[in-house]
Design a protein around this ligand. Structure first.
Ligand SMILES: [Zn+2]
Length: 507
């Protein structure tokens, strides 16, 4: 079935069809790299990841461009305060953003670009707008003349008649001839970075960055432009005006916007103390896969209410899926097959695919998987599951995970790779367990939210202890085996004795 998706531009659910054959060209407004991105930002980035994975699932090739806004008031202010160059300052947050994306299993866009690497292209486009009469200069800055672009307001569905040209609502800030006009090029200010241009030294406005970088890599007309709902106006409206005024061609066919994330029913803000970066949640011991799951679980056009209870449930939901897959691969079942059960697995897969095709209804797609897990577990418990039924269920889970990407337990490896956890040797494991009675991903040192140092056992060390415990149980030394189990629990490792042997997992 083709993908149907809500398009902000047409204000309805449209059937998706790319402009050119089987390739989908997508532009994503990326982060402004002046600080760590917060979980509201990641709600949008996870939505965009689900979108691109679903398009790939449907057989399309993807060409996605994401920009990194590395010049704006915030990046300039913070780099000056830190006493480093803009480049050096933003470099750090670009790297941290890339780490966050990896932790959340977000696929890399084919092209990631920095605004400051495209200043010459921006100057060119601004010159085109000046030459065509869509822009004018005042005191070294360049503004877009909204009155000259008749379609202005079509994305945000605005009635701008109330704002009259010359109303000058913010004349203190800019010398604009029309309150609606927006800046394309800001005249250089003392002490701030600037670039040379025929219309005077300065730096680009935010909106022109995205018009330039999207069209450079995707052409004047492309398929999808997406971002958070707060970008609809003025950012995306202004992008349309600049791009279409310059090229005379339709800019983007499908505009997709993710709704807000709220925390416990309230707007997330630093002053309310409910503001979280990804690092904040990891420091509290939550797993990146659970955060990804939670952020993906609400359909993109609905507000997402983030709660720690929800995050806890997300972690449990992932466990249920992994446990079911573990049973499918490790448990032994009677020979033969149960065609009715296999038909149900296929129906489950179809239900999940239909849910995602229906405006990326992730909630329904998750429900389809859990329905199947429930049916599969029941059949196993009642002795109805047969050896040859595994394939159909594993196939469903494998397809489902191409989009949701949470079944493989890669959290610990990724946290280790990026220095969020450090491992200790088997010899030191007892003292580690003693040092941390609460176990788990205990925090042993914090600095800025970038440094989350936690200790944990290596997989090898855990395997060794599990082996010792098995040996103790075989010789009937249950106090020793209980001791090892308790030690591991203190170190954040849970043991499960299953029909297929002892399975361990991290808390
Ligand atoms: Zn943008």
């Amino acid at each position: 079935m083709p993908l149907r998706i809500y398009n902000t531009l047409t204000r309805r659910v449209d059937e998706f069809k790319p402009l050119v054959d089987d390739e989908v060209r997508i532009y994503t407004c990326g982060p402004t790299v002046y600080d760590y991105a917060h979980i509201g930002n990641y709600r949008t980035f996870v939505f965009q990841d689900i979108l691109r994975r679903q398009l790939k699932y449907l057989g399309y090739k993807i060409r996605q461009v994401m920009n990194l806004t590395d010049v704006d008031d915030n990046t300039i202010r913070n780099s000056i305060a830190a006493g480093v160059s803009l480049r050096e300052y933003t470099e750090k947050y670009i790297r941290e953003f890339e780490v966050d994306c990896e932790l959340l299993s977000l696929e890399k866009p084919e092209i990631s670009v920095r605004a400051t690497d495209h200043i010459a292209d921006m100057v060119k486009l601004i010159q085109v707008l000046l030459d065509k009469g869509y822009a004018y200069t005042t005191d070294g800055s360049v503004y877009f003349r909204v009155a000259a672009f008749k379609d202005y307001g079509k994305l945000a569905n605005l009635d701008l008649s109330g704002i009259l040209p010359g109303a000058r609502v913010d004349t203190d800030k800019y010398d604009k001839t029309d309150a609606r006009d927006f800046v394309l090029w800001k005249a250089a200010k003392p002490g701030e970075p600037f670039w040379e241009a025929p219309f005077g030294p300065g730096r680009p406005g935010w909106h022109i960055e995205c018009s330039v970088m999207s069209m450079k890599y995707l052409g004047p007309s492309f398929d999808i432009h997406s971002g958070g709902v707060d970008l609809v106006f003025p950012h995306h409206e202004n992008e349309i005006a600049q791009s279409e005024a310059a090229t005379g061609k339709p800019f983007v066919r499908y505009w997709l916007h993710a709704d807000h994330l709220i925390v416990n029913g309230e707007k997330m803000s630093k002053s309310l103390g409910n503001y979280y970066t990804l690092r904040d949640l990891i420091a509290k011991g939550y797993r990146p896969s659970a955060i990804r799951y939670l952020l993906a679980s609400v359909p993109f056009r609905k507000p997402l209410n983030f709660t720690f209870e929800g995050l806890h449930q997300a972690q449990q939901s992932i466990e249920r899926l992994r446990n079911f897959r573990y049973r499918l691969t490790k448990e032994s079942f009677p020979a033969g097959e149960n065609p009715e059960l296999q038909a149900r697995a296929l129906r489950g897969r179809q239900a999940f695919e239909a849910a995602l095709d229906d405006n990326l209804n992730t909630a329904e797609a998750l429900a389809a998987a859990f329905e199947l897990v429930r049916e599969g577990n029941t059949a196993m418990d009642h002795g109805e599951f047969r050896d040859a039924d595994r394939g159909a269920f594993l196939d469903m889970l494998e397809h489902w995970d191409r989009v949701f990407a949470v079944l493989e337990d890669t959290d610990h490896a990724k946290l280790l790779e990026h220095g969020f956890v450090k491992t200790v040797t088997a010899a030191a494991s007892d003292s580690v367990a003693d040092a941390r009675p609460d176990g788990g991903l205990a925090q042993v040192g914090t600095g800025a939210s970038s440094t989350v140092a936690v200790e944990s056992l290596t997989g090898e060390a855990i395997e060794q202890r599990v082996g010792e415990r098995d040996a103790a149980r075989r010789r009937g030394d249950y106090s020793r085996s209980d001791q090892i189990r308790d030690d591991l629990l203190k170190a954040g490792v849970i043991l499960e004795d299953t029909k297929a042997g002892t399975r361990w997992k991290r808390k």
